[in-house]
Each structure stands twice: as C-alpha cells, then as structure tokens.
Design a protein. Structure first.
Ligand code: PLP
Length: 390
C-alpha cells in the first residue's frame, strides 16, 4: 500500500475543481443554453472584468484564440512585424503567423525572466531607423510574474505601438497594485486545464476599449452582419466559449484568490527547503509585484551546485514526478528558424540560459503535503550524495 502510494504520479499543474462547478452547469442545462452564448458566458465575462478592474471582457475558446483576436483587432496582417517575448509557450507567437505577419523575438532580463527593456529598446530603435516598426508588441508574464511594465509600456508608447499582454499564466497577479492583464491595449487569459483556474479549455480577451471588444464578439461569432440571411462582409472565427464551460469558469473564479494563496504557500515551502542549497536560485518576485506563483521554478548553476538541470529532471521523472524544463525560447525553436532575435545585452542570451538551467516543479493546489515532501526529498538527495562523497 505504502509502495503503491509512493509511486502515484504527481502532475505539474492539474485541474482543481472547487465543488461549485456543477451548479452552474446545471443552470445551463435547466435553461437549455447548451451553446456558445447564455447567462454563464455573460456573467463570467462581467465577473472577470470586475475582478481585474477593466470595462469589458470577451470569453473565447482558448488563450490562443484570444491572442489571435487581439492581433486581428490591431490590424496585424501580411508583411507586418510583431515583437514578442522569446521565453514563452509557442501560443504567444503562433497567431502572428496565422495572420501572415512575422514575429521578432525579444530576450528576457534576469529580474523577472520576462521581456528585457534593454532588448526591446534596441529592437525598437533599429526598427524605427529602418522604417519597419512593429504593429504590436506581445509581452508575456511568465509563470505568474509580471514583466517590468513600468519600463516596457512607456517604451512602446514612445513609438505609439499597442501592447497585447499575454497574461495566460498570470491571472490573479498584480504589478504595483494593478491587475496583471490590464497594462496593454488588450490583456489575454487562458483557462486551459493546467492554468491557475480552468474551464477545461477556454480563454478571455479584456480591455477598456468596449468598442473594440464588441468587434471581438462579432469576429469570434463568425462575423455575421446584422441581416437574417447570413451575410458576411468580413472574415470571422468560431471562437466563442461554450455556456457550459463558462459555468465551470464562474465557480473557479470564486476560488481564484485562495488558489493564489495556496500556490504561494507551495512556493514558500519549496523555497524554505531548497532555497539554501548551493547554486539553487528561485524565480525572483519583483518588488511591488505579487506573483500568483502559477509554477514554482528555479535554476541550478552547475558550477556552484555541481548538478545540472537534466540530472535533477531525470531523477524526478524516475520517481514518477512530472517536472519540466523552463519553456524553450521561441528563437531556438525549429519552427522559428531564422527569425530575428534581440538579446538582453550583446552576447548575453538570458532566455537560453534559463531554459538550459531552469526547472518547473509540480505546483498544483490539490497536491498533498506528503507529495510535496516527496518532490523536495528527491531534489535534496542530489546534494546529500554530493556532500557525502566529498
Ligand atoms: C497557456 C498559454 C497560452 C495559450 O493558452 P491556451 O488557452 O492553451 O490556448 C498562451 N500563452 C502562454 C504564455 C501560455 O502559458
């Protein structure tokens, strides 16, 4: 029995239901609004908008769809450039390519692991000289930590470039008291199964520009002109969120704050038990910001710790623990071979270093204390072995 439970798989970030989801799903069934519209969708949009303090929100089928809509609304098209954080999931940049535009990748800086203001400034300066400024900048808030918005936003404003804030991982986070996702022209959230709250699959686009969000609703529902005979004068998408899934989202949103507290608690325990180890550094939390600590991540500096990330990942995997490397930067992806990249400083590729040396630990809020101890001991063991052989 004990052996069986020790082998139980620990997932990186599995869904965690609150227990109230079925009530909203029942409502949808009772009213027969089994459709991509209905009162759960409207309420979910209003509740998210109120929580983060923006005028409006549009619920869609995924975070990727939300980024696609945001870039469409900004008029991104063939021949345009869009600047994008390099250290992120591929979905931050794929919609740029859907629209026929070209991404340009911007490196991270060490304080937040997010877009480097130095690299962005260099990229904008060069683009301005060439007369090829980007149509938009996609700024990602990695693992719940906000980017340096107080430096990045003014830079974009200086060149009059709209920002899409990819907050897929940072719902419930704050920067200087302002909700993550409210800094750009558009903010984007994901409710994929692995995110801090989930609708099993879903996303949202938020903004203070109600007119453009009305257009987002229009484009996300096949761009039907107001006519009874299905008339279309623009290219649309089928991106609206189902009323059933929005019901899951409403119940999940009610527990968001306790989920943030729990993830921060999980981080705290990892930090206490592993933070003192030589060469181990946890992802920083910028002063004046609150990270939802979606995933606890750390780096191992091999020259100080004597152990590389691959070795630790390998032993976690052999213990049936799902840990992952930090995102592989998009400028290193075969898909984006040959795409332009601006490093943090000449010859200093921060995102590449983070990818090579970084580890994401299981951070799900339904993880038990015993499970977390299993993970902690697995990492600590490497260091015990080392000490005993010296
Ligand atoms: C999850 C994620 C997305 C995509 O969201 P989906 O809902 O899975 O489409 C986009 N950007 C980042 C940074 C993400 O982590």
């Amino acid at each position: 029995m004990l052996i069986a439970s020790r082998n139980e798989r620990i997932y990186l970030s599995p869904p965690h239901m609150s227990g109230n989801e079925m009530k909203y799903i029942q409502d949808a069934f009772q009213s027969n609004w089994i459709a991509p519209s209905g009162s759960n969708v409207e309420s979910f949009e209003r509740e998210v908008a109120d929580y983060i303090g923006v005028k409006d929100a549009v619920a869609v089928t995924s975070g990727t769809a939300a980024i696609h809509l945001a870039l469409s609304l900004l008029g991104v098209q063939k021949g345009d450039y869009v600047f994008c954080s390099s250290l992120t999931f591929v979905a931050s940049a794929n919609p740029v390519v859907y629209l026929g535009a070209e991404p340009v990748f911007i490196d991270s800086e060490p304080d937040t692991w997010n877009m480097s203001p130095l690299a962005l400034a260099a990229a904008l300066r060069e683009a301005a000289i060439k007369g090829k400024l980007p149509k938009a900048v996609v700024i990602v808030n990695l693992y719940g930590q906000s980017a340096k918005m107080d430096e990045l936003i003014p830079l974009c404003e200086q060149y009059d470039i709209p920002v899409v804030e990819d907050s897929a991982e940072s719902l419930g986070s704050f920067f200087k008291g302002k909700a993550s996702g409210t800094f750009g022209k558009f903010g984007v959230y994901s409710f994929n199964g692995n995110k801090i709250i989930t609708t099993s699959g879903g996303g949202m686009i938020v903004s203070d520009d109600q007119k453009l969000l009305e257009k987002a609703r229009f484009l996300a529902s096949q761009a039907k002109d107001p006519a009874p005979h299905y008339q279309h004068s623009q290219l649309g998408y089928n991106y609206r969120l189902s009323n059933i899934l929005a019901g899951i989202g409403r119940a999940q949103l009610q527990v968001l704050e306790s989920r943030v507290a729990a993830r921060r608690g999980i981080f705290g325990k990892y930090y206490q038990t592993l933070g003192y180890l030589p060469g181990i550094k946890f992802m920083p939390e910028l002063k004046n910001s609150v990270s939802n600590r979606w995933l606890t991540t750390f780096t191992t500096n091999e020259t100080q710790s004597g152990i590389n990330a691959q070795t630790i990942l390998h032993s976690l995997a052999s213990e049936n623990i799902e840990a992952r490397p930090v995102w592989k930067p998009l400028h290193l992806q075969p898909l984006f071979d040959g795409v332009k990249f601006y490093p943090h400083e000449e010859g200093v590729d921060v995102s590449k270093w983070l990818f090579k040396n970084g580890i994401c630990l299981p951070s799900g809020t339904n993880m038990t204390d015993e499970e977390q101890v299993r993970i902690i001991e697995c990492v600590q063991n490497h260091f015990k072995v080392r000490v005993s052989t010296i």
